[in-house]
Design a protein around this ligand. Structure first.
Ligand SMILES: *Cc1c(COP(=O)(O)O)cnc(C)c1O
Length: 394
């Protein structure tokens, strides 16, 4: 029981075990792909965010290798000192064109983008109006700002308007923040209504497109583009870590916003720039998306196929409108059993339980990718059928 034994942390870990929420990490023993190796076994991988198969795409790998040969492995400094390579500027110009916005600033991840951007644009005397199911990085980003935060019920437009009316006369800048696609249920934010309410009441809008970058929009430009609202959403956050397959985040918007973040986006100022290989691979991904809609079309075709297959069997896939398809099992035990049995049948689909989702809505969450073949999906559906019957879910 010495000072350095950190007994207070051991106690906290014990509490997690008592609550049944202690867990070990799953170890991926191969590249992230439609089939991956876990625990020495090749399984159909339905749990990655690698929507377009870019994480292990030959063109991205080639671009990364070439960039290492030419530029080395590190940027050498933060962007504001001398880490700002022409590669970074090229990626930002490419993304701005892709997103139909004036300018883009790249961060080290989607998480750091939210952590940096929110606190830079709202301050004391301002208010953030936030969907109650927004991502943890938005919640942290809000905490880092000095603005007040009020929440509205998930995607509930009446409640949103109620909250706006309550606060609108008391604050200067009023910023509505929402995920573009919500990661647990796969539902899409009601952006047209949100933007309309925002404009009616003089609020700005901020959309985090982590799960919609590379997924929604004709070429994966995101949820604002999907709804034809690219010029009416003030701040668009994107990630380069999910569908784009590498790592990084960005903010897209008006030139003055980007210039301001260039001076006040703290992770941008104080954390080293993305390495050249990452930047080059991301550019290749944007090029591939700009060349053709083949991968995004395949993603949606596969998503439809898996969803319909599961629905036909009688599974409850909730209100998903995207390639994120939850299979709702009921209580935690059922969801964990479903995930475990699926693995034994050759399918990896992570269980998600309370408190991440409601107690009676524990589930396995599937994310299909463009890289899955019909054969992969048919085998996965068969495994779901077998295990679902066994567990009395269908
Ligand atoms: C995953 C996610 C992030 C974090 O993105 P990273 O690039 O992985 O840091 C941010 N916001 C939302 C809504 C996400 O789903």
């Amino acid at each position: 029981m010495g000072l350095h034994d950190l007994d207070f942390i051991t106690e906290k870990l014990e509490q997690l075990k008592e609550q049944g929420v202690y867990r070990k990490l799953t170890v991926l023993e191969s590249a992230s792909g439609p089939r991956s190796v876990i625990n020495g076994k090749e399984v159909i991988n339905l749990s990655s965010n690698n929507y377009l198969g870019f994480a292990n795409h030959p063109r991205l790998k080639k671009a990364a290798i070439n960039a290492i040969e030419e530029w080395g492995v590190g940027a050498g400094a933060v962007r504001t000192i001398i880490g700002n390579m022409s590669l970074h500027e090229e990626l930002e110009a490419k993304l701005a064109k892709f997103k139909h916005v004036e300018a883009v600033l790249v961060f080290q991840s989607g998480f750091t983008a939210n952590a940096g951007v929110i606190q830079a644009i709202v301050d004391k005397g301002d208010v953030i109006i936030s969907d109650e199911l927004n991502h943890a990085s938005i919640i942290d980003g809000c905490r880092l700002s000095k603005a007040d935060v009020v929440r509205y019920k998930h995607s509930d437009m009446e409640d949103l308007e109620r909250v706006i009316l309550e606060v609108k006369d008391n604050y200067k800048t009023k910023l509505i923040i929402t995920d573009g696609v919500f990661s647990m249920d796969g539902d899409i934010a009601r952006l047209p209504e949100i933007v309309e309410l925002a404009e009616k009441h003089g609020c700005l809008t901020y959309v985090d497109d982590a799960h919609s970058s590379g997924v929604l929009g004709s070429r994966g430009q995101g949820s604002a583009h999907h709804f034809g609202l690219s010029d009416r959403v003030d701040v668009q956050i994107g990630t380069l870590s999910k569908a784009i397959g590498v790592v990084g985040g960005y903010v897209a918007g008006k030139r003055n916003l980007i210039e301001w973040l260039n001076h006040r986006g703290r992770p941008f100022l104080f954390s080293t720039a993305l390495p050249p290989a990452v930047v080059a691979a991301c550019m290749e991904a944007v090029d591939i998306l700009s060349e053709s809609s083949e991968l995004t079309d395949k993603l949606w075709e596969n998503a439809k196929y898996l969803k319909e297959g599961l629905n036909k069997l009688g599974f409850n896939t909730g209100k998903s409108k995207t390639p994120i398809t939850p299979v709702i099992a009921g209580d935690d035990k059922k969801a964990i059993a479903l995930s475990k049995r699926l693995f034994e049948e050759g399918v990896f689909a992570q269980s998600i339980v309370f408190p991440t989702v409601a107690r009676d809505a524990a589930r396995v969450r599937t994310i299909v990718t463009a890289a899955h073949t019909k054969k992969d999906l048919d085998e996965a559906i068969s495994a779901f059928e077998k295990v679902g019957k066994e567990l009395g879910l269908i």
